[in-house]
Design a protein around this ligand. Sequence first.
Ligand code: ATP
Ligand code: MG
Length: 393
Amino acid sequence: MGITVLTVDDESHARQYISEFLTPLGYEVVGVGTLGEARTALNRLDPDVVLLDVNLPDGYGPNLLYETRDLPNRPMIILITAHGDIEMAVEAMKNGAFDFLTKPIQLKQLKQSIDRACEMVAMRRELWHLRETQRSSLQFIAGKSPEMQKVLTYAQRAASACVPVLITGETGTGKDVLAQFIHRNGPRANKPYIAINCAAIQNTVLESELFGYEAGAFTGAERRKHGLMEVADGGVLFLDEISSMPLDIQAKLLRAIEEKAFRRVGGTNLIHIDVHIVAASNRNLKSMIQEGEFRQDLYYRLKVVDLDLPPLRDRKEDIPELVGFFIRQYNAKLGMNVEEVSQPAMQALMSYRWPGNIRELSNAIERAMLFCDGQKIDMADLPADVIKTAQNE
Ligand SMILES: Nc1ncnc2c1ncn2[C@@H]1O[C@H](COP(=O)(O)OP(=O)(O)OP(=O)(O)O)[C@@H](O)[C@H]1O
Ligand SMILES: [Mg+2]
């Protein structure tokens, strides 16, 4: 799958030995003899795997572990140590080395180690691909209405500061899209974005989805499961429809947020985590607090920044921009070439009340594009409800 291996070793015959073994297996192998050359090659070639000797003419090999620490595409570094230097090997692993091999290199072990590194690289590429596809299909259109401009500014600030956010708004107003916008615009954009819909998951399962469990925690728990809290570590955890979360899990969540740590179901070990929590609700949490259905302390924890998405009927001036956005999106998706909306049709779109908000608008545009003549959306192409409102005006 196009893996580049960089060997860093001052002995040219050692480099050649590795190259002669790996090249026929399909790897691109590049060899350098100094740390300085290694740095240049790292920048230029973006290798996936680095085979790194410890003692190099111009410095100490493992220094590369520090230097590459924050690279988003940090290579898998396999350290080549002298036989018996366990201490250094342990130190290197702590500093993020992928593996270590002892000299003289056994080709079988080298192959095993590189195979495992390739699995990691493949997973990372897949993940990036998934993120990229999500990224391109999901755009947040703020529009010009002052309410939305305010939401956007606050969202941007909350994203950079990684403070908890509570997003409220009717169905279809863009709570999911806004949560992803916050992820993409914060320092954690290259870290996981994990969304969980609390309403779609049975209460009993929700706890173990969030916090995971240990083997033997309950019947059927055959082996340890990592909860989404752990999976989201370093990134953003989006708790959708948080109003559906039962009170006991709310208590456990609050504790996890406050202590930045939690225990798996049936576990005793504290697991430390660092997640940026974004929650959303389309029910009124304040009245739920009064009914005793939602914890007040959790509510205040979550709404450090609270973003209320206005219904579409209150920001009708944004409809033309949204319509344009959806037309471009569906042109690409459906391979069409729709260019405009007739004036009466746009008028109708702007006077309808949109109970399903932006989601309903998006569906209406997709439908209209399928019904229209291929270039212009006309009144007759719109859904019946929209036409009816226009006729009654
Ligand atoms: N600001 C926006 N920019 C672009 N598209 C948007 C925006 N807001 C919403 N959409 C579109 O509307 C659809 C619904 O949005 P979203 O799923 O975020 O709504 P929601 O508030 O989470 O609704 P629900 O409460 O039903 O879960 C999205 O798939 C997206 O296509
Ligand atoms: Mg949603």
